[in-house]
Design a protein around this ligand. Structure first.
Ligand code: NAG
Ligand code: NAG
Ligand code: NAG
Ligand code: NAG
Ligand code: NAG
Ligand code: NAG
Ligand code: NAG
Length: 450
């Protein structure tokens, strides 16, 4: 019996739906590498957008807009600052048309808890930020929520992201889908020890990995609360605690987040202390207070990379590189500073690459030196690592035989250094898998018509 026209059209419809949904899925995961930076909207006086060397980045974030605590709506910048938001994408893309821009939304816990716990609030939040992103020509959106403070918050975050992804997938076809990222605590498990209520919460990995294009882990500020002892702001390794970037990255991967959905944070600021005794000036030396507020970074105990450079050259100070923790520090008199020097950044980016992460982000690029020294170091190392994974014949080096799923997160321990060259798999525009579905359907349809 020949198939009826109704059968045929259902069949065609099904085929088309299958194809378009798989194209949609492929589209949402085709970002092949991330060399990102966050730019602070209040830094425009010393870090003008037009000066950013955009060739060093694949993605730049506008950081950030906030949610108003009472109205629960997004607060727009004051009129005189609005042009920075409006022109962000166009300005940055003039020198790099391949660059993608994202609008980052920062949250504070009480107000954001109210949003994520209520389906109606979640819906209007998603609608308003998507409209804002489209209106100001951003390619994507980011949600920064470092400290969800209850299991209800964590569940609400998962629901929000799931609904957000559905809305992005259902947006009018023809426009490329908005990117969706989250920027979160350095570990998947919150344990910062200052608040026993929030300690022990886990991010909802399954809902996260099915919704976001990637997760930015805030791998820094590990000892921002302890005034009494000098510490590395963002050590790659720490043999005496879990406050390290290697631990944080391993925790996300162990919990099941695929490495190609994870992006490692690198700080462009240091942390400073006043030493009790300037002859005791190592990591872990006694301190009496946090260091002074600097002119630009404007926060006690914080110092921007360009402020560090000024201080180093003014005082002719030598930087010590600690190769065990992979961190750098120095003291100028009784002021002690820990920060990410170019050597540290080189080592960290190689670590991200060897663990097959999607990429890295710098926070914030407004704090880089005039000639973008750290951004350049990070980008150069990343690109070099990815060149090295291809041998002279342009054929993948043998170490690449292992797929990302075979690389166990436990291998991240500093003592077991991994030599597996990293490779980012670039998916073809049409995945071969789609053709397997597509071709037989076309043949059957043609036969049926005949
Ligand atoms: C952008 O491109 C213009 C023209 O090629 C060039 O003069 C300028 O230096 C570039 N700016 C940056 C920040 O790279
Ligand atoms: C931007 O960085 C690239 C890569 O390091 C470099 O070749 C170029 O000269 C830089 N542009 C400017 C304007 O500094
Ligand atoms: C811990 O966090 C919870 C939720 O944010 C807050 O209600 C509580 O006051 C905090 N406790 C301390 C000791 O900071
Ligand atoms: C620890 O978590 C609390 C929120 O529970 C946050 O306010 C605080 O800044 C965190 N401290 C550090 C050092 O990350
Ligand atoms: C520095 O921060 C304080 C608040 O901590 C603010 O009142 C002041 O305006 C800031 N100064 C500059 C120059 O941004
Ligand atoms: C800077 O310090 C080094 C040794 O630490 C010394 O050789 C050099 O002369 C100093 N330069 C200036 C300008 O003081
Ligand atoms: C760290 O530096 C010391 C002294 O220079 C050296 O002996 C050691 O092998 C280095 N360790 C690593 C892990 O590179």
């Amino acid at each position: 019996m020949p198939p009826s026209p109704l059968h045929l059209s259902i069949f065609f419809l099904f085929t088309i739906l299958t194809i378009s949904s798989s194209i949609q899925q492929i589209n949402s995961i085709t970002t092949d590498q991330v060399r990102a930076g966050f730019w602070l909207s209040h830094s425009s006086s010393y870090s003008p957008l037009a000066n950013i060397n955009t060739s060093l980045f694949t993605h730049l974030y506008y950081s950030s807009l906030f949610v108003d605590e009472t109205s629960l709506e997004i607060t727009l910048p004051p009129p005189e600052k609005l042009p920075l938001l409006t022109s962000f994408s166009a300005t940055l893309k003039t020198n790099n048309s391949a660059l993608k821009t994202l609008l980052s939304i920062s949250t504070a816990t009480p107000s954001f808890s109210s949003i994520v716990s209520d389906a109606h609030h979640r819906g209007s939040f998603i609608d308003s930020v998507m409209a804002l992103a489209r209106h100001h020509s951003f390619d994507g959106l980011d949600l920064e929520w470092q400290f969800p403070s209850s299991s209800a918050d964590m569940l609400g975050l998962g629901l929000l992201l799931t609904e957000w992804r559905a809305r992005i997938d259902n947006e009018i076809r023809g426009t490329s889908p908005l990117l969706l990222t989250i920027t979160v605590y350095f570990s998947d498990h919150v344990f910062n020890g200052t608040n026993t209520t929030t300690d022990g919460l886990d991010y909802p990995i399954d809902l996260i990995k099915n919704s976001v294009d990637w997760t930015n882990a805030l791998c820094f500020d590990y000892h921002a609360n302890d005034e009494t002892v000098t510490s590395a702001n963002a050590a790659l390794y720490d043999v005496s605690s879990h406050f390290s970037t290697s631990y944080g990255i391993a925790s996300w991967l162990d919990a099941g987040l695929p490495p190609q959905k994870l992006v490692m944070g690198v700080p462009l600021f240091g942390r400073s202390w006043f030493l009790r005794n300037k002859l005791k000036n190592q990591l872990g030396s006694p301190a009496v207070a946090f260091g002074p507020r600097q002119k630009r970074s404007n926060q006690t105990g914080v110092i921007a990379y360009f402020e560090i450079e000024e201080l180093l050259s003014r005082t002719n100070t030598t930087v010590i590189y600690n190769n065990q923790s992979v961190s750098a520090y120095f003291n100028a008199g009784d002021l002690w500073v820990s920060f990410d020097s170019p050597d540290v950044v080189d080592e960290k980016i190689a670590f991200a690459s060897h663990n097959r992460l999607l990429g890295y982000f710098l926070w914030p690029i407004s704090f880089d030196s005039l000639n973008f020294e750290i951004s350049r170091q990070a980008s150069d190392t990343w690109l070099k690592e990815h060149d090295d994974s291809v041998d002279a014949d342009g054929v993948d080096a043998p170490e690449q035989a292992l797929s990302p799923t075979e690389l166990q997160p436990q291998n991240l321990a500093p003592t077991q250094s991994i030599s597996i060259a990293s490779s980012i798999r670039i998916l073809p525009a049409v995945h071969p898998f789609q053709l397997i579905f597509f071709l037989p359907s076309v043949i059957i349809c043609c036969l049926a018509i005949l």
